[in-house]
Design a protein. Sequence first.
Length: 274
Amino acid sequence: MLRVPPGSGPVNLRAHDPSATPGGPRDKAEALEATAEIRLRLAELQERLFAQSTQGDPHCVLLVLQGMDTSGKGGTIKHVSDGLNPAGIRVKAFKAPTEQERQHPFLWRIRQALPRPGELGVFDRSHYEDVLIARVRDLVPRATWSRRYGVINRFEQSLADDGVTVVKAFLHISYDKQRERLLERLDRPDKHWKFNPGDISERALWPAYQEAYEAALERCSTDAAPWHIVPSDRKWYRNWAVAKLLLEHLELIDPAYPKADFDVERSRTELLAT
């Protein structure tokens, strides 16, 4: 329901209601209960994925979260990962590139943060910033960011070929809901640390960002790594939907506990004799 079909043509975000709840629970209470049940299943599959990797299996999962400020990337990570084994999660929040990172091709810093076999990797922003803010803010020439769509598609295909399941979610928030959440950060002293005056200037570029996201969703939704547009005005639906997407992809991997490569009964007998 949320998937952007590869090759389906231009994406119009105005046609996607940010407050919609496609395929979701009826209300917040039902969503919280359903999300808690999903997390139990995610924890089981996460353990099996890690166990499987100890025998050399290369599979892992990379969840890519993109969205405008206040769309809930951090909140989604917090709610979806609750109850999972922290040792099996690798979370990376991408900020403005450092001086060292600027000396390398744009995917260099992304490669450093990829999940290892058996892990669940989560990107709070990602390589897509290089066709989003780089495009909107004219940080690089048009010819440069235009080439990056193809580079990204080849990169994600190579990840899939190496056993990485890439789950991409665009957290789709409305213009009015963003204002509401930014005002909340100003109204609450315990939220001031989340506010940056630069958020206001970024908000002024809303139309340009929507256009940039539409281009990325259209050009980089592939069979190997499709995009999903997740309505995010309702936090309870957003959290449920991303958890559900992760669950569906882990179930497709269907990780299994490795069989013992030793004589179990003999080991039991020897242990009981000690």
